[in-house]
Design a protein around this ligand. Sequence first.
Ligand code: CO
Length: 239
Amino acid sequence: MSIFFDLILIKKQEYCNLALNKQTKMCNDLQKSFDKIIDGNKEWVDFVKNDTSGRFQQLAKGQNPEILWIGCADSRVPANELTGTKPGEVFVHRNIANVCVHSDMNMLSVLDYSVNVLKVKHIIVAGHYGCGGVAASLSSSQYGIIDNWLQHIKDVYRLNAAEIDAITDKQQKEDRLVELNVQEQVSNLCRTSIVQNAWKNGQQLAVHGMVINIASGELINQNCTFTSNDALSDVFSYK
Ligand code: CO
């Protein structure tokens, strides 16, 4: 029996090797943009080498971040730059339009690990004005598989349709939905068993909602911070 499984493993290994041995050449354009990344890393390696504080040696041993950042995958909203934090200070999860869905194993794993193992003190849901995902949610255009993901934001619109529909300016509509989406995702996080159990166990944990203004760099607090499940109605509040 064991030989049989060994053979399967060997076969699988051969298959993997075959796949990996088929490296192809990049055209000049691709090579150029890839080289930029490699060159950028060389600069970073120099920076790390010249750092005498010992912090990178310390970081190599482990992390102890106080913040979990759940932001949009948009390339313009990097967590560290926006918060003036350094490597090791922010645990990050990003997806299109910073959505927190209760059935998303990726998000739940990040949340569970950061709350129960890393013991972060703050969770920040960070949306941003000019979010393509939110704008797409307000349109009837199809963009592919993402349309199904964006249904979660269309749900936020559905819950706030009266308010959104009353706004006539397209940009303002989108901006408001960005804000409402952040509030909804904060609410979603607070309703998870993970966050509620942390509060129940006396863990100090605050969940915040913020919106980034890309043009000014400002993080705008949406004043929807929660530190307990007191504000949740009975159906959502676990005993
Ligand atoms: Co976005």
